[in-house]
Design a protein around this ligand. Structure first.
Ligand code: SF4
Length: 216
C-alpha cells in the first residue's frame, strides 16, 4: 500500500492565493468602483494611494472563489452580463445581469428568507445603479449557500429616495477623491464593523497605524 509523506505546503498555498488574487483582482488603481462608495471608504483610499495588502488570508480567497464561481453559474443562463456603467467620471459599476431590469447577484452564508435579512449594502449597490440610470426598480438574486435557498427579490424605490441617495453618493465620491488627491483620510468616515474581515486589517490600515503611533 502506498504510504506517501503528505503535508501542507504553506509557501505554495500562499503563492497560489497571491496568483489567484492578482489574476482575478477586479479592482484597479485606474478607476473607482461603486462599492468604494458603499463599503468602508478607507479601503478605496488605501488602494488608490497604493497601500499593499500584506496578509492575504486563505479564507478570503476561498470565499472570493466560491462567490465568483456561483455568480458565473447563474450568469451563464443570461446573455447580458457584467454590463459596465460609468456612474460618474472614473467611477465604474458592473451590473451582474441586465435582465428586464438591472439585477444584482449575492451569494451568502447568511440566512436569507425575509427582506429583513437583506443587508443594507446589497440594497445600496442596486440603488446606486438605478439612481444613476434614472430607473426605480431592479432585482436582487440571493443564493443562501448555508440553507441552499435561491430567491429573486423585487426591489423598488421612490424617485425621491433615489435622488437623495444619488446626492449622498456624489458627496461620498467627492470626499473620497479629495482625500486621495490630498493623501489625507481624516475627512473619511471609517466603517469599523468591516475591520474584522478587511484585507488591510488593523495592522496595515493607516487609520489604526496612526492611532497606535506606528511609523509608516
Ligand atoms: S481596517 Fe477597517 S477602517 Fe481600515 S480600511 Fe479596513 S475596514 Fe476600513
Amino acid at each position: 500500500m502506498l504510504k506517501p509523506r503528505i503535508r501542507i505546503n504553506y509557501k505554495k498555498t500562499d503563492e497560489l492565493c497571491r496568483k489567484l488574487w492578482k489574476y482575478y483582482m477586479l479592482f484597479t488603481k485606474d478607476n473607482y468602483e461603486r462599492s468604494d462608495l458603499i463599503y468602508c471608504p478607507l479601503k478605496a483610499y488605501n488602494r488608490m494611494i497604493g497601500i499593499p495588502i500584506r496578509k492575504l488570508p486563505n479564507k478570503a480567497i476561498a470565499t472570493f472563489l466560491v462567490g465568483q464561481t456561483l455568480h458565473v453559474l447563474i450568469q451563464n443562463a443570461f446573455p447580458k452580463i457584467e454590463v459596465k456603467e460609468e456612474l460618474m467620471p472614473n467611477l465604474i459599476a458592473r451590473v451582474d445581469i441586465m435582465w428586464d431590469k438591472p439585477t444584482e447577484i449575492k451569494t451568502t452564508t447568511m440566512s436569507m428568507y425575509t427582506k429583513e435579512h437583506i443587508p443594507t449594502s446589497y440594497i445600496e449597490q442596486l440603488a446606486a445603479v438605478l439612481a444613476f440610470r434614472g430607473e426605480s426598480s431592479g432585482y436582487l438574486i440571493t443564493l443562501d449557500i448555508l440553507n441552499k435557498t435561491l430567491l429573486v427579490w423585487d426591489v423598488a424605490f421612490k424617485e425621491k429616495q433615489l435622488n437623495e441617495f444619488k446626492r449622498i453618493l456624489e458627496d461620498r465620491y467627492q470626499r473620497l477623491q479629495k482625500a486621495v488627491q490630498e493623501k489625507s483620510f481624516s475627512s473619511l468616515t471609517p466603517k469599523v464593523l468591516e475591520c474584522g474581515t478587511c484585507l488591510y486589517g488593523i495592522e496595515n490600515c493607516p487609520l489604526f497605524r496612526r492611532l497606535r503611533n506606528v511609523k509608516p
